[in-house]
Design a protein around this ligand. Structure first.
Ligand code: GCU
Length: 678
């Protein structure tokens, strides 16, 4: 990859292209609101007015756009000239007020009105109008399902010898850091914050969860620079968080121990945290990866994770800060010969016994699946089982295991399936409502001129924001919003082409990679491309157990690791039973013979042969669509996607050949389709 030391200022499309300001432009605007974020609201209108004309007006009756914050002012002076839309929105708010971040968007007689309880709600309302354009007539009510909507950056301050500038980053360097320092020029951070605010993201953790010694210092001597980043995020309603090293008291404070039960350790965290708030009064809190993949943690001192989180939580509480404590805890040095240890079970075993024991301001941050952001996994059992703990669900927008932003893979449908999962069966609440601590995702942006390496990977960032605001929204409608906003000049045909490329790209990716929920089969280390046995005899706990008779992991209670038993009914029985287990997860839960017949009617081996060939054909079809008419897509975007589709087709072909050949050699069973293996 080319070096991205310099931050690109190139104007490639985002979902807020310059043209979007037209949605706010050439209008008479009346703002009846106070609060720090109102200045940002005004700046959005000023930007629009510079480009497309328009003006601020004193009298509400003269306005075509009205912004009202009800919370901090007396009754709005309504009179005969007040537009009907204002009356409507205020009446709607009076009868059922929106929450702090919500807003009403009303439109009638060519007047648009935003009514919110706070300046933050007003900002979201204005950015909604900016992003989506003229609202249809009537009154629309918007408010987020959960208060925390967060992106985690896995950014390093110095280029890590193995992981680079951004761990699992595929979009150039960090937008925050370069050469061991916080960047002097934070203009791109500001533009990023605007994009994030427009989809409702309100918190950002700026550094890698693997906190190396350089990054640990962000908490102490680098604070003035961290404060500069917070200053840039603040006008967009975004609070800054830091990933911290559990061993900071020893690493930075010179203490002999980081034992969370020691008073000196509590005192160290208290003082360090007070200093953070002196520099950053609205600091969000800490993200901690402890006892995970070599990071230090409370196990060193024989303490639990609830005990481990305590000193940090106590230090943050008086300031309104929170601890995001990650549940990604498992034995990454397991013996592959040991068939009873199951990485999928680990987070549940460590965290469910601690339910109710975490401090109130601790959010346990749980990856959406029990393994690690695979293209297909069942949902994490931890999310359903922690009923007395605040839980955040963690997604991965950066495409570590889903094509690394070289492959087009729109993840909205995958996340929707997870968010709609019902632990207690069809009558129970969806998983989305169990995320009492909201949603967190690993970001996918960097210094790349298109922000995300693959221009179409911006859709994933957009979709995560929108789903974290409205978790049960339709992911294909969200994609449609993204397409219209990003490429406003496209015609129906081009928009249909973009849908054809993106809508089922996740399904396509799944077809040509690890089959039927078994996961991994990627090159160890960088995780790009196929390597069926790459992890099979390693300590990482990610196995498929293919032999001459069959493939898959027996996670049943009867004969396997027992993981299926971590689910409540009806899933426990459904996953336990080979007859009832959904096809797409059959190899996650069962070790089956190659001739086992799926619900689809196909045998496992024939399914593997067919779907892999199909997946490659799908990619070839996408290439054809992309080569067709694409009016309204700029040439740079078009060229980058064209170039990446060549790589995607090559890589899909490589997956197909390796998987097909591997399973033919293992099973000796020929492909009924007569396609070649090697
Ligand atoms: C994955 C990923 C790591 C990351 C880890 C985590 O294992 O490969 O790079 O550090 O997840 O989520 O902590």
């Amino acid at each position: 990859m080319t070096s991205h030391r310099k931050v690109s200022r190139a104007e490639h499309p985002t979902w807020l292209p310059k043209e979007s300001s037209r949605n706010l432009g050439d209008k008479r605007v009346h703002i009846a609101a106070t609060g720090p974020l109102v200045e940002t609201v005004r700046s959005e209108f000023r930007r629009a007015m510079r480009l497309f004309g328009g003006s601020f007006v004193e009298k509400i009756g003269d306005a075509e756009i009205v912004v009202i914050v009800t919370g901090d002012q007396g009754p709005v002076g309504l009179d005969d000239e007040t537009p009907a839309a204002v009356h409507e929105a205020l009446a709607a708010h009076a009868s059922e007020p929106v929450s702090a971040e919500g807003y009403f968007l009303a439109n009638r007689d060519s007047v648009s009105v935003i009514v919110a309880a706070t300046d933050r709600g007003a900002l979201y309302g204005v950015l909604d109008l900016l992003r989506s354009g003229e609202p249809g007539s009537g009154t629309r009510r918007e408010e987020p399902a959960h208060a925390i909507r967060m992106l985690d950056h896995w950014d390093n301050m110095t280029v890590h010898p193995v992981m680079g500038a951004v761990e699992r980053g595929y979009s150039g360097d960090s937008i925050f850091f370069a050469d061991g320092e916080v960047r002097r020029d934070l203009d791109r951070v500001s533009r990023y914050a605007r994009l994030l605010a427009s989809v409702g993201i309100n918190r950002v953790a700026i550094n890698n969860v693997n906190v190396h010694s350089t990054e640990a210092r962000l908490l102490t001597d680098k604070l003035p620079d961290v404060a500069r980043i917070a200053d840039v995020l603040r006008p967009w309603g975004i609070r800054l968080h830091l990933s911290v090293n559990f061993a900071s008291p020893t690493l930075l404070g010179g203490l002999a121990s980081a034992d969370p039960l020691l008073p000196a350790v509590h005192e160290w965290w208290r003082q360090a945290t007070d200093r953070v708030y002196d520099s950053i009064p609205d600091f969000g809190g800490y993200v901690v990866k402890a006892d995970s993949e070599g990071q230090p943690g409370p196990f060193t001192y024989g303490r639990t994770h609830a005990e481990g989180a305590e000193p940090l939580a106590v230090a943050l509480a008086p300031h309104g800060g929170i601890v995001h404590w990650r549940a990604f805890v498992y034995d990454h040095r397991q013996d592959w010969r040991d068939r009873s240890t199951d990485r999928a079970k680990a987070a549940f075993d460590h965290f469910v016994p601690l339910d109710g024991k975490f401090a109130d301001n601790v959010v346990v941050q749980v990856k959406h699946g029990p393994m690690d952001f695979q293209v297909r996994e069942p949902v994490s059992t931890v999310i359903g089982a922690l009923t007395k703990t605040t839980v955040a669900v963690e997604f991965q927008v950066t495409q570590e295991y889903t094509g690394q932003q070289k492959h087009v893979c729109y993840l909205g449908p995958a996340w929707s399936e997870i968010l709609r999962f019902r632990f207690g069966g069809s009558d129970a609440a969806p998983l989305a409502s169990l995320a009492t601590g909201g949603f967190v995702a690993v970001s996918n942006v960097g210094t790349d001129e298109f922000w995300t390496g693959h221009p179409l990977a911006q859709s994933n960032l957009y979709a995560f924001g929108r789903l974290s605001w409205e978790p049960l929204a339709d992911s294909i409608e969200i994609l449609d919003e993204w397409i219209r906003a990003t490429f406003p000049d496209t015609d129906d045909g081009t928009r249909a082409a973009l849908h054809a490329v993106l809508d089922s790209s996740w399904a396509t990716y799944e077809k040509y990679t690890a089959p039927l929920g078994v996961g991994f089969m990627v090159r160890p280390g960088h995780h790009y491309g196929p390597d069926v046995d790459g992890y099979e005899y390693t300590p990482w706990g990610t196995y498929h157990f293919a032999d001459r008779d069959g493939v898959g992991v027996d996670r049943t209670q009867t004969t396997g690791t027992g993981f299926a038993g971590q689910y409540p009914s009806p899933w426990r029985a459904r996953y336990e039973s080979l007859a009832e287990c959904p096809d797409e997860l059959v190899l996650f839960f069962h070790h089956v013979p190659y001739d086992h017949v799926l619900h689809s009617g196909s045998s496992v081996i024939q399914h593997i042969y067919d779907t892999h060939a199909d997946g490659v054909e799908d990619v070839a079809r996408l290439q054809g669509i992309w080569a067709g008419p694409t009016q309204g897509i700029d040439s740079a975007t078009h060229a980058r996607v064209t170039q990446l589709l060549v790589e995607q087709l090559r890589s899909a072909g490589e997956w197909n050949d390796q998987i097909r050949t591997y399973f033919f050699r293992k099973s000796g069973l020929a492909d009924a389709g007569g396609r070649p293996h090697f």
